[in-house]
Design a protein around this ligand. Sequence first.
Ligand code: F0G
Length: 451
Amino acid sequence: MNDNLHQLRCFGCGDRISGSDAHPDFRCAHCGDLFEVEYAGWSQRQGSNRPNPGALKWLWRERRCSSEALDQSGVWRFRELLPILDNFGNAVTLREGNTPLYALTRAAKALGIDQLYAKHQGMNPTGSFKDTGMTAAMSVAKERGFEWVACASTGNTSAAMAAYAARAGLRSLVLIPEGKIAWGKLSQAMDYGAVTCQLKTDFDGCVKVLTQIVQEAPIYLLNSVNPYRLEGQKTPACEIAEAFDWNVPDHLIVPGGNLANSSALGKGFRELKDLGLVARMPHISVIQAAGANPLARSFATSDGAKLEPVEAHTRASAIRIGNPASWRKAARVIHETGGWCLDVTETEIAIAKAELGAEGLGCEPASAVTLAGLKKLRAGGKIGPSDSVVLMLTGHTLKDADYTIDFHQGTLLKENELAGHEKEIDELRRNAVAVEATPAAVLAAMKGNAG
Ligand code: F0G
């Protein structure tokens, strides 16, 4: 069986090549830009190989009742939208995707919005949205016969890559910035058997080193410059559209780091629209941390036309990225959907994260930028009370437990960051208290926290 129907198109110069002709660093030989996977004819009504939209909706839902591994994956359930393998039997899956869409009732009430949801990608097998992309690109690596795969990472990509490589029987190499990733994520790479190198540089420095390595050794690069990653990461668009009965929400809010995820979700909704599965795309907005905000700056100064890399600083370590690879793709998505790009402060991130925790969801700090960004968009009148909004929560709260404990113990934020927010933060903080081992002391502690 040959399921493979794709080619790669350069995002910069439009050059088309076959998937197997890509350079090891996935940069275009002519202009150096990134590639996108393209399926010929999908955007034309009579296009060749164009799947039948009505039949797909039925088939995808039906697969949820199947006991086949591929059907149980929330990525491969939609495999007609990612015909990237010669044989789908080569897919490496941990049953990723099919993540919950939770109503955020308290935040909705506080913000005066009728419909607010969180798509919790932290509920994936390794605890982040990276699994959806990794299943796709790791399957390609396996099918093409690579023995080694590698990535530079702020932690989640490496956790996902190490797990999927182990499942595929491949060796994996992880480059991470020393001392700058959350312990939970580092422990995952070790547990799944990766060769983990901590480099004395930042994420952007790790990318540079790895780009040189893959040109010298037969190692398959699994950073998000690999266009197959985005094919998996676009599938939450299908899940969201399906959950809304194929009427998309008005707004989708996504954290921005290396900017692949926003690009992938935009591609997903664009293809659903091209294929006639949905009538429109949601407004897709990207939120960055103020200390790692090259795209937000780019939108503020040149409407997303030029990007100056920055030296990145934020406690949301997953998005501590100053020179994002996929910024042009993300800028296109924001323009095309009428979304926005904003940044939020460390204090705003910490408060939003605690609010999500208090709704019983929790997420890692990088994910909480979405709620902090929504507050700004709502206050600025960009989002109205009757708009439906989905926040992409990208990582599980246990990924970075230190951050959460520091917040609740009151050691996370500095005095200047607390200024003006003391009351709000005090109300959210729930520090663990040392209590004598008697019922009276425990009951007294409960009274003290009754509010
Ligand atoms: N949220 C989390 C939890 C992340 O781990 C990342 C990126 C992002 C958001 C941003 O997504 O890069 O596609 O814009 N983490 C990468 C990593 C860079 O190495 O794990 P993006």
